[in-house]
Design a protein around this ligand. Structure first.
Ligand SMILES: [Zn+2]
Length: 227
């Protein structure tokens, strides 16, 4: 585990841990300590996710996966079950099933060859605009393609919190040079689905520190062309 943070939002418990080699922020969202929790993203460190849940005495009820990159979905088989359903946009399903293939593409010949280990979780499809009530919390699903075709952000209107995955970071945006990525599409998603949210929205990204939409509107160089 590489650092941790704990946020007490207006009424929900939101805690996070930065996990695995790519320091992916995994979040747990719960109405209160000792209750049901929703997990956002599943890096290949199920034990780390388990520690985060245990630290706050939480019982997982669902995993929302922002996109199919290995650092966000690679641990899902160790977390999902018949009672903890995992949610992913269908446009990222093929990608999500082949984590080893992704690493090979990313790391090249240095990555050891071998049998492809497949992700076998039976995902529930996410669809744009739907609201999922999980563990007593409403999550609005924003399909934001660009970083990957099936990338989604998760907005919790009651708290004014956006889990932005690899769409929006503090001072930056997700990379678009990986297979299936498109800068134009990411910027279109930003303009259509992210920027219309209230300026005081807290942004909790898939990597790096949290921020607010107001701060990003002011300081993020990538957003300036859209304002
Ligand atoms: Zn990614």
């Amino acid at each position: 585990m590489l650092g941790s943070s704990y946020l007490q939002a207006m009424s929900l418990l939101i805690a996070s841990e930065s996990l695995w080699y790519f320091e992916t922020n995994t979040y747990v969202i719960a109405p209160h300590r000792g209750g049901p929790a929703v997990i956002v993203d599943a890096p290949p460190d199920p034990a780390g996710v388990g520690d985060l849940l245990a630290k706050h005495d939480l019982t997982p009820v669902a995993v929302l996966v922002s996109h199919g990159h290995v650092d966000h979905v690679g641990g899902v088989d160790g977390i999902a079950s018949s009672t903890v359903r995992a949610y992913l946009h269908p446009d990222d399903l093929d990608m999500a099933r082949h984590p080893r293939e992704q690493l090979r593409a990313l790391l090249g010949s240095g990555f050891p060859t071998g049998d492809d280990e497949l992700i076998s979780t039976d995902f529930v499809d996410l669809s744009d605009g739907e609201t999922l009530t999980l563990g007593g919390v409403d999550f609005e699903i924003l399909h934001t393609p660009g970083h990957t075709p099936g990338h989604c952000c998760f907005y919790v209107p009651s708290e004014g919190v956006l889990f932005s995955g690899d769409q929006l970071f503090a001072g930056s945006i997700g990379r678009t040079d990986l297979p299936g990525g498109s800068y134009e599409t990411l910027m279109e998603s930003m303009a259509k689905r992210v920027l219309p949210l209230p300026a005081n929205t807290d942004v909790l990204p898939g990597h790096g520190p949290s921020t607010t939409l107001a701060t990003e509107r002011r300081l993020n160089p990538f957003l300036q062309e859209l304002l």
